[in-house]
Design a protein around this ligand. Structure first.
Ligand SMILES: Cc1cc2nc3c(=O)[nH]c(=O)nc-3n(C[C@H](O)[C@H](O)[C@H](O)COP(=O)(O)OP(=O)(O)OC[C@H]3O[C@@H](n4cnc5c(N)ncnc54)[C@H](O)[C@@H]3O)c2cc1C
Length: 400
């Protein structure tokens, strides 16, 4: 049988799902091309950054594809030649396709603010999360020079998750090393008048109360203007800090602009009812201009949708039209507490946290057999510290 040569670009939530689903079908010859050897499970990165394990947020693609008929290739795609049905990577290699699915994810957006890219920390990958964690230890333990202000910019889900667990983590490091509790502050800065600007008011209020109870200072309606090695300028006022974490925005992967795709006003790729951007080119997940783009659940849903449609097409059946599916929003804020928005229902506190831990188990098992997913999930209840004192203290086993 003549198999359809399907190239999936991007080893993240959307790309992996398409590849796994198509690998079950005899109609496809599947290649997954990604610039990373690992799948980054973003929802737990805040925990990895504050004492959790690297393994919780990073799974080797080879493990996910073990025993599957998927050719895995490492490379960074730079160009697409529509005419030749071919993509080219930065190292000059070519990959031909009959159809291609692009799921390249987002990149950080610094809005051109001076100094942020150079000086601010980020937690957008497990490596960056580790860098941030190492910085905290270096400052507190090696240099004995805690910052007076630990500043997180961005009052969206990532900023909330991180500030909620950072207060506790800083205290734990100090306790483990017998450092007297200094008056360290975790500041959360948001340009909009409320946290979670796109969520219902009641949810913003509940999260704000919760973070304040954990000791986070919240600054609303404040705009960051620039950063140097030791100062963040906010609305004309300097905040002294060597620890600023930028969580305030993402934008579409520049590949699409560079390759002349039709984009909406937010830079996302316009797709038709079948998630096709151009003939034989499908664009999904964060990259696509769909109603709930920007969420892992959406990317996973898109991956399933594309795989099913490609299979239907191969079997001579009519393809389905894309119907956006509203995700469930689950935002942890400190130990054993999360805010959940599920349709019109809002849930807070311990039940929200329980839902969140179950959501992660479900998230892991969307890509792995139950026994691997279970083992991965258990890593969320463990800490990981290079520093022997902190390891002995059993840091962060309870933070998720
Ligand atoms: C810190 C953080 C926390 C988050 N928490 C949540 C959450 O709790 N719940 C939720 O629903 N969503 C969450 N999200 C959003 C979610 O992670 C994204 O919506 C999701 O990852 C999108 O999936 P994707 O397949 O479009 O892209 P990704 O999962 O980002 O995958 C893109 C892949 O493509 C690769 N790639 C990029 N460019 C190239 C190239 N040129 N060539 C080859 N490969 C390339 C990347 O390395 C990556 O492997 C979070 C995001 C962040 C940053």
């Amino acid at each position: 049988m003549n198999k359809t040569k399907t190239l999936v670009v991007g080893g993240g939530f959307g790309g992996i799902k398409v590849a796994l689903e198509l690998a079950n079908s005899e109609h496809f010859d599947v290649t997954l091309l990604s610039d990373q050897p690992n799948f980054h499970y973003f929802p737990t990165l805040y925990h990895t950054a504050t004492g959790g394990r690297q393994a919780e947020s990073s799974i080797p693609l080879t493990s996910l594809f073990e025993g599957k008929k998927i050719k895995l290739v490492n490379g960074r795609v730079e160009n697409i030649d529509r005419h030749k049905h071919r993509v080219t990577t930065t190292d000059g290699k070519h990959y031909d396709y009959d159809n291609v699915v692009l799921s390249l994810g987002s990149v950080p957006n610094y809005f051109g603010i001076k100094g942020i890219e150079e000086f601010a920390y980020a937690i957008g990958t497990p490596e960056k999360a580790k860098q941030f964690k190492n910085h905290l230890h270096e400052q507190l333990v090696s240099q004995h020079a805690p910052d007076l202000n630990y500043v997180i910019v961005g009052g969206g889900p990532t900023g909330i998750e991180l500030s909620g667990s950072l207060t506790g983590y800083l205290k734990e490091i100090m306790e483990a090393h017998g450092i007297k509790h200094r008056a360290v502050h975790v500041d959360l800065i948001e340009a909009a008048p409320k946290l979670l600007p796109r969520m219902p008011k009641a949810m913003s209020r509940a999260v704000t109360r919760r973070l304040r109870r954990l000791g986070v200072k919240i600054y609303l309606g404040k705009v960051v203007q620039g950063e140097t090695a030791d100062t963040l300028m906010v609305d004309g006022n300097p905040i002294q800090s060597h620890t600023v974490v930028w969580t305030a925005g993402t934008t579409n992967n520049p590949f699409f602009k560079n390759n002349g795709f039709a984009l909406n006003e937010r830079g996302k790729v316009k797709v038709d009812d079948y998630m096709q951007a151009e003939p034989d080119i499908f664009v999904i997940g964060d990259n696509a201009d769909t109603k709930f783009s920007g969420m892992a659940q959406t990317a996973l849903y898109d991956g399933d949708f594309i795989a099913e449609n490609l299979k239907r097409n191969a079997e001579g059946k009519l393809m389905r039209r894309y119907e956006p599916k509203e995700p469930i929003y689950v935002i942890p804020a400190g130990p054993h507490w999360a805010a959940v928005l599920w349709g019109k229902t809002q849930i807070y506190g311990l039940p929200g946290w329980a839902l969140r831990t179950l959501a992660d188990l479900k998230g892991f098992s969307d890509y792995q057999p139950w026994w691997k997913a279970g083992a991965q999930w258990m890593t969320g209840f463990e800490g990981e510290e290079e520093c022997p004192e902190c390891a002995k203290h059993g840091l962060s086993n309870i933070q998720i």
